[in-house]
Every structure is written in C-alpha cells, then in structure tokens.
Design a protein around this ligand. Structure first.
Ligand code: SOE
Length: 395
C-alpha cells in the first residue's frame, strides 16, 4: 500500500479483516507500506499491521513477492504509481477519483485494458458501492421493481472547511487534488447513481463556487481533521506568507440527463454546516421509489406503487439479513454494520476477482467515465452553466 492517512488506515483495516470474515480463494498478506516520512510510516506500519515499510513506492513495484499495489495517495501521484505497478504486472486498487485529469485517467484506463489481457486486474475504490443497502438498491432497479427511472436526486454534503481559518490542506489545492468537493465527494455520487441505475450521465449544466478564496498555509496537508488533531495540516507559525489561494471548488451543483431518459440533480458541498458526511440518494421510477441515506446505512426506504393503495407508503427495509448482499459473513440479523465494512467488502470482491480471474468493477474504464463527467461539470461551470455533453470514453 502507498499512503497511510485516512484512506490508508481505512484500507488497512479492511485488508486486516477481510481474510478473517470471508472464506476466500486467496489470503491477503500485508507485506509493505510506503510513505515519504520514515518516522511516520514506521509508526503507521506498526499501528496498521504491515510487515514492513519503505519510503520509496518503487520498492513495492519492484518486489517479486508483491502481487497487489493499493494506491491511497493524493490524486497527483495516482497515475504515476498505478501505471508503474500495472507495467510490472501488479494488480492495482486505486483510490477515487482515479486521477486528477482526464488525460491521466485515459492513460490509466488504457494501461489497465492492456494489462487485463495478461491477467492483471485493476479496480477503482468507489467503496460506497459495497454498502449492502446500496448493492440491494441496484438489485431492486435491475429487477424492475422501480419500473422506468424518471428521477435521480443525489447529495453528498460535508462541513469540515466552513471555518475560514481551516488551513490550506492538500485537498484544497488543485495541483494535488485535481478538484475540490466535485472530485472528492461528487465523484462518489456520480459513480453510485450510475451504478445503481445502470444509466450513464450524458450531459450536465453546473455551478461551482469557492466561498473562501484564501486560507492559512498548513505545515503539511493530509486530511480532514487538520486543525482538530494537531497533526498534518497544522497552521504554519513563523516566517513565510501567512495564507495561500484555495484553487479548488468548495461546492459543485449540477443537473444532468442520463442515457436511460432520467433527469438527475447532484449537490456536492463542503459548506453544508452541520452535515458531516451526509450522502443521500433518492430514485423515483414509474413503479416505485427507493432512498438511501449513509447516516442510516443499514436501511433502505422503499415505496412500492404496485401495492394496494390502502397499504402504500414508504417502508423501511433493514438490510441486515443473511440474504442481503455481503451480510451472511457478519452477524445475526439486526446486527448492524458501518462505514468501514464497505472497504472490507471492496477487498473481498477484489481478492475474489484476482483469484478467480474475473474482471472487478468499477474498472479503470468505469472510473475514467466518472472523470469525464467531472470534467464536463467543471467545463460547464466555467462557461456560465452552459449545457455540456460528457465526452465519450473512446475517442
Ligand atoms: C473526504 O472528503 C472524504 O474522506 C472522501 O475523500 C472520502 O472518499 C469519503 O468517503 C469521505 O470523505
């Protein structure tokens, strides 16, 4: 694994757990973790359960006994590491968004397709697909229980940068993160809604905004609770300029058309005061509706318009039965699971695909398509919200 901050820790937890919960055709061994600071990566290796550490990611790529490389770094290094790993015949799991630019994402998808021909697998880490209620939502749509999909309504809201004194961490710098709320959390709802509906976004009209344009510089920039945890991202004391420009969006809102005829709205914001990690998706079809809310991730709300009128209304499905996706390996019915389980399920699917020679999803090609949507949103916003078609993946 490369990276050990928030996503590195979440992935490590999943790699540690997956063999113990699921009976898989292959077992994961946590061989080597990489980070730039030797003291910090040594501490992370010990805390997260890795056998060894290195400060040079090329060590992972060059070692013969390493089969899988998991990329959990900021977006500016995804392409370089993933391309080298694929070229060396390593299976690659790469965090979302796949890359910082469409150009990089295209190169990664092309390399993944070439590698796939020789049995090398790759997958992008859109972990929310693996929340059992989300997987079940997709099954309801695929089974025709919602009929023809008319509306998709998706929001992903956070508030961790509402304070103008919150420092300029890497997630607020375009050259490191690619974009702001759009790529970090908007990418999740783009992927999730396309996955659930089986429809792809064809065109968008968007607005984006950077509400706080200058922020205090940070000592190092690695994540969310920068000022709270006193760690990476502390505000710099002493010499040098006190502030720097925020070069990404704080919020991105857009309307979209899907290729199956549905109309959709999306809202991604880091300025939704009080909303900490609020992802909600509602889908309305001719035969019913379904709602997923990450803050109640063990549940789905389902409205079945085919039931007798007197019995209609949204009902709550508790997605904790053994026959629900991923759930049989966990606890008895009614015993709920949480955020981290989505990553364990992600590792389960990836290991299974590698061991059985199947192609895992979302592929780099799927993630490229998400990148093309993000790009269309950014272009539309720049052009004063003008209608912008999503470029085809194949050019
Ligand atoms: C930060 O906004 C973040 O950690 C995202 O990068 C993750 O993908 C999301 O799961 C939670 O929020």
């Amino acid at each position: 694994m490369v990276g050990y901050a928030f996503m590195g820790a979440a992935h490590s937890q999943a790699w540690r757990t997956v063999n113990r919960v699921y009976d898989l055709p292959a077992r994961a061994r946590m061989a080597l973790i990489c980070g730039r600071d030797s003291g910090k990566v040594a501490e992370a290796a010990d805390r997260l359960g890795w056998e060894a550490y290195t400060t040079d990611w090329r060590d992972l790529v060059n070692r013969d006994d390493i089969d899988v490389v998991d990329v959990c770094t900021p977006g500016d290094s995804h392409a370089e590491i993933a391309l080298a790993a694929l070229a060396a015949g390593k299976h690659v799991l790469c965090e979302k968004p796949l890359a910082n630019t469409v150009q990089e994402a295209r190169e990664m998808a092309a390399a993944a397709a070439t590698a796939q021909a020789s049995g090398v697998r790759s997958m992008c880490g859109f972990n929310y697909r693996r929340v059992p209620a989300v997987t079940m939502m997709r099954q309801l749509v695929a089974d025709g229980r919602l009929g023809v999909i008319r509306h998709v309504r998706a929001v992903y809201l956070q508030d961790w940068i509402v304070d103008p004194q919150f420092p300029l961490v890497w997630r607020l710098q375009k050259d490191r993160a690619g974009s702001g709320a759009l790529g970090d959390i908007g990418a999740h709802i783009v992927d999730l809604t396309q996955y659930v509906t089986g429809q792809r976004i064809t065109g968008v009209s968007a607005v984006t905004e950077t509400f706080v344009k200058e922020r205090p510089l940070s000592a190092e920039s690695s994540g969310l609770a920068a000022s709270a945890n006193g760690g990476d991202g502390q505000v710099v004391d002493g010499a040098g300029p006190a502030t720097g420009p925020v070069t990404v969006d704080d919020a991105a809102l857009f309307v979209a058309r899907l290729d199956g005829g549905a109309l959709a709205t999306y809202e991604a914001s880091r300025f939704a005061t009080g909303r900490k990690n609020a992802l909600r998706v509602e889908i309305n079809g001719s035969l019913g509706s379904v709602v997923f809310d990450l803050e109640r991730l063990n549940e789905l709300e389902f409205y079945d318009a085919t039931r007798p009128t007197a019995e209609q209304g949204f009902s709550r499905i508790l997605v904790t039965e053994g026959e629900h996706p991923y759930m049989s390996a966990w606890w008895p019915p009614g015993h709920i699971i949480g955020y981290e389980h989505s990553f364990t399920h992600q590792m389960r699917d990836f290991i299974e695909a590698i061991a059985t020679g199947a192609d895992p999803a979302p592929s780099f090609a799927d993630a490229l398509q998400v990148q093309l949507v993000l790009d269309a949103v950014a272009r539309s916003a720049e052009l004063g919200s003008s209608w912008t078609e999503v470029e085809p993946a194949l050019t």
